[in-house]
Ligand binder design. Structure first.
Ligand code: TYD
Length: 292
């Protein structure tokens, strides 16, 4: 059986296939790809070949594209597609981590595999017209701001985001995925700025800003600052007020994240020194578990 599949793959890549994929109707149904959970390496591809050659192939158009692109990770993302957002269960996920941890990349990949009608993507600071204006001020290296003002402005942006975007989306049963959320404030404004004295103040403000939200599932991308900051430099897309902080600041931010991760049970930590594909695979597996 496996030999047949392999021969099929070989034929396919050499252009000798005869599968009538283009005419297959796309009618995704829940759970069809469940058997792929936990598959490693080439197994999804083998499964895919068997699926394609079967008359009941339903995702053939998508799968065809994936193979045609000859990009395995694209293929894996495609076959993951039906796993995400099948239920109308509201869920709130926040992607967290220090500079250069790969949050943008992971969020972008998740965006590609999530159903846009049941998932809302957002970011912090930002995500609302007011929040985006505050973001510009917060990130501008020219801004002169003390720790208290900084904390208050982050909370102001968050309050707007929760009221205008997050709460309404969750109330409609959607999944919300935010690039950063409240854990950033703990890591940066308390640990990074060494302002433990503001902790109680932050706790009270946060309670108001996030009242009524379900527990946040955190995906923490952990990377040593020397690696993260090097990645940021390589991106060469301008330094923010936070990128410009010394490495010691970023070490404290990282320690804050890890401390919170060890103290609570609200998420997962991923070693973000790994490739973006590996990070994505681990994140998506866990998000899927949270959804069940
Ligand atoms: P951004 O360019 O989005 O950074 P990154 O790509 O690393 O996410 O800028 C957001 C910056 O704001 C980032 O340096 C972390 C900082 N920040 C805080 O200090 N406190 C917070 O509560 C939040 C949400 C972000």
């Amino acid at each position: 059986m496996i030999k047949d599949w392999l021969r099929g793959v070989q034929d396919f890549f050499q252009g000798r296939n005869g599968w009538p994929l283009r005419r297959v109707v796309l009618t995704p149904r829940r759970g069809d790809f469940g058997q792929l959970v936990g598959c490693k390496g080439h197994e999804p591809l083998l499964w895919l070949v068997s699926e394609l050659s079967s008359p009941k192939a339903r995702y053939a158009e998508l799968l065809w594209k994936a193979i045609n692109d000859r990009v395995l990770h694209c293929l894996l993302e495609t076959v993951h597609f039906p796993w995400i957002n099948q239920e109308d269960t509201p869920m709130f996920v926040a992607i967290e981590g220090g500079e250069g941890a790969g949050k943008d990349l992971l969020t972008e990949r998740l965006r590609r595999v999530c159903n846009p009608s049941t998932t809302v993507f957002t970011r912090e600071p930002g995500g609302t017209p007011t929040g985006e204006k505050l973001r510009a001020v917060l990130l501008d290296p020219e801004t002169d701001m003390g720790a208290e003002e900084e904390l208050l402005v982050f909370i102001a942006a968050r309050t707007a985001l929760v009221r205008q975007v997050i709460r309404p989306a969750l109330a409609e049963g959607k999944t919300v995925i935010s690039n950063r959320f409240a854990l950033s404030t703990l890591a940066y404004q308390i640990y990074g700025r060494e302002r433990n004295d503001l902790l109680e103040f932050l706790r009270q403000l946060s309670e108001r800003a996030t009242a009524g939200l379900p527990p946040v599932h955190y995906v923490l991308l952990d990377v040593p600052p020397e690696i993260g900051l090097r990645r940021v430099k390589q991106r060469n897309d301008g330094e923010t007020r936070f990128d410009a902080e010394k490495q010691a600041f970023h070490e404290r931010v990282r320690a804050g994240y890890l401390q919170h991760y060890m103290d609570t049970n609200y998420g997962m930590a991923i070693d973000a020194r790994q490739s973006p594909e590996e990070v994505f695979e681990q994140a998506i597996q866990r998000i899927r578990q949270w959804q069940q």
